[in-house]
Write a protein that binds this ligand. Structure first.
Ligand code: GZL
Length: 328
């Protein structure tokens, strides 16, 4: 009897020991590669396409360091296949948590299922995915891009209140298929469609970069001599477009009114100088909240499915006041 009891006690202790150490089958994440107590995060970044992205990367890297989280970081040069490769490598390295900003909305279910099967929690940052199965990621922290588009449209409606002349708009879209491009476009269109004077006469991707924004705007100016407004899905494309507008002998902010999104330092400087008329802020400083969420999901704590970032809008006057304190 005593022997049977002691065997049972030893077996029980062994089982408890495995669970308490967070062994993989216990759902407590993996060995992480950073030792038992230090969390290891694998982060698959979109690229380095814009001032916003640079600030976002800096926020993530600095926040990981201050949170004591070991960060494995990759730059996908805006290619989805590179992000998928990076996520697979983090799974193979048995990190404790994976975070990434999906360059486009579609095509993630397979690799997210691989992470789930490996018992590694995933956090979406910045951009969303279109997966119907929300169990594939623990939470999504980022902006409401539809609202950002609506704010851009509302400024334009106010700017042209009482006018009846047609308002010819060209739109520089972000990366094709990305959540910010899709949503900033739909939010903007939803607001301006109420008034037929607003006409989007051309809309093309500038891939969120300054160089492409300039190249596309040069072509748009040649094809459309009477552009009244440019709506660019980020500051960098707007800044590239300003170079094209000036090269065409027109005054940005006056001959062609410009609305952009992000509010990075270079955009705010152009806004303060009157070359841009209105900027909708999109905060890249997601690092601190991401690290807090990572610690919670690794511990198996419940977190909100959606964490929204706070942001505002800027006029030239507001930009002048905000610039001295601007962190990015
Ligand atoms: C938005 C982010 C976008 C920025 C661009 O959250 O995904 O990508 O608006 C960046 O500047 O390239």
């Amino acid at each position: 009897m005593l022997k049977r009891l002691s065997v049972a006690l030893v077996a029980g202790a062994l089982a408890f020991g495995v669970a308490a150490c967070g062994g993989e089958e216990a759902g407590g994440g993996s060995t992480g590669g950073g030792g038992d107590d230090k969390i290891t995060m694998g982060f698959a970044q979109v690229g380095a396409e814009s001032g916003w992205r640079t600030a976002n990367t800096k926020s993530i890297q600095e926040s990981a360091a201050s949170a004591g989280i070991e960060l494995k970081f990759s730059d996908a040069q805006q290619k989805q296949e590179n992000q998928i490769k990076a996520i697979r490598s983090y799974i193979a390295q048995k990190v404790d948590v994976i975070a990434f900003s999906p360059v486009v909305e579609t095509g993630w279910d397979t690799v997210l299922k691989e992470a789930k099967d490996a018992n590694i929690p995933v956090i979406l940052t910045d951009r969303a995915v279109d997966s119907q199965d929300t169990s594939l990621y623990k939470t999504f922290i980022g902006s409401d891009f539809v609202l950002e588009g609506k704010k851009a449209g509302e400024w334009l409606v106010k700017e042209y209140e009482g006018k009846t002349e047609p308002v010819n708009i060209v739109q520089l879209e972000g990366t094709t298929g990305s959540a910010p491009a899709n949503d900033r476009k739909s939010g903007f269109t939803d607001v301006i469609k109420a008034d037929p004077k607003f006409k989007i006469i051309a809309s093309q991707t500038g891939e969120f970069t300054r160089a492409k924004g300039k190249e596309v705007m040069e072509a748009l100016i040649k094809a459309n001599p009477d552009i009244d407004v440019l709506y660019a899905h980020n500051d960098d494309m707007g800044l590239g477009a300003i170079e094209a507008i000036e090269a065409a002998g027109k005054k940005p902010g006056t001959d062609i009114k410009i609305i952009t999104v992000d509010a990075v330092k270079d955009g705010m400087t152009a806004l303060a100088a009157g070359k841009i008329n209105f900027i909708v802020e999109c905060s890249p400083l997601l690092g601190p909240q991401l690290m807090d969420l990572a610690k919670k999901v690794v511990k198996g704590e419940q977190v909100e499915q959606r964490v929204l970032t706070e942001e505002t809008t800027f006029t030239p006057e507001q930009a002048k006041a905000a610039l001295p304190e601007r962190k990015y």
